[in-house]
Design a protein around this ligand. Structure first.
Ligand SMILES: [Zn+2]
Length: 199
């Protein structure tokens, strides 16, 4: 497994940068994890849309999925030009329905809805999902193969479950949207200090 960071900003991108987006490569396959606003343009520097093998969206906030809406158009062009014949497998939460239906209803997206505790096989990796506390359903995810494990938190409020879920990870990608001094008690994100403690 190799992980490339395409974008890390939220809730909107820094000028010339991108919101959350990662590419994981494994067994010659390219898995895009989150596709926030600004991400598609940067992603295409690395990977043509025809070479995306799966898309996994931790949750349906625009800074994690906004450019998945634009990716629909790229998939449609790829289909028309004969560069892609099958719909792209997309793993996403079912809620909020207004957002998920924009993706799941598209002919070139093969939607699979995540549930808490769900486990799947993806290109030879064991992938697991765990729902985290956030204003919309948000899923941490782990990818394991060959005795190695990568964990991505998605967005989450501070909670003990992420510690349990990330245990044993060889690489842990943890959100840290706030500085400790700026964090309100009910903040839907962890601080950088929290992220360090959790790690
Ligand atoms: Zn969020």
């Amino acid at each position: 497994m190799k992980l490339f960071c395409i974008g890390k900003y939220g809730p909107y991108p820094k000028a010339g940068e991108s919101c959350s987006c990662y590419v994981m490569t494994h067994n010659g396959k390219n898995i895009v994890i989150d596709l926030g606003c600004g991400a598609l343009s940067k992603l295409l520097n690395m990977l043509p849309s025809r070479d995306i093998d799966a898309l996994v969206l931790s949750h349906l906030h625009a800074d994690h999925m906004g450019d998945a809406l634009t990716l629909r158009y790229a998939l449609e062009v790829d289909r028309k030009l004969g560069r892609r014949t099958e719909p792209l497998p997309v793993y996403l939460p079912a809620e909020p329905h207004a957002e998920s239906s924009l993706l799941s209803s598209h002919a070139m997206m093969d939607a699979h809805f995540m549930t808490d505790g769900m486990r799947i096989q993806l290109f030879g990796m064991d992938v697991a999902f765990a729902e985290m506390p956030h204003p919309v359903p948000s899923f941490a995810m782990s990818f394991a193969t060959g005795g190695r494990k990568l964990v991505y938190s998605g967005d989450t409020r501070d909670n003990g479950r992420i510690i349990e879920f990330a245990a044993g990870a060889d690489l842990f990608v943890m959100e840290a949207a706030l500085l400790e001094k700026d964090k309100a008690p009910a903040a839907p994100h962890v601080s950088a200090k929290d992220a360090g403690r959790i790690a």
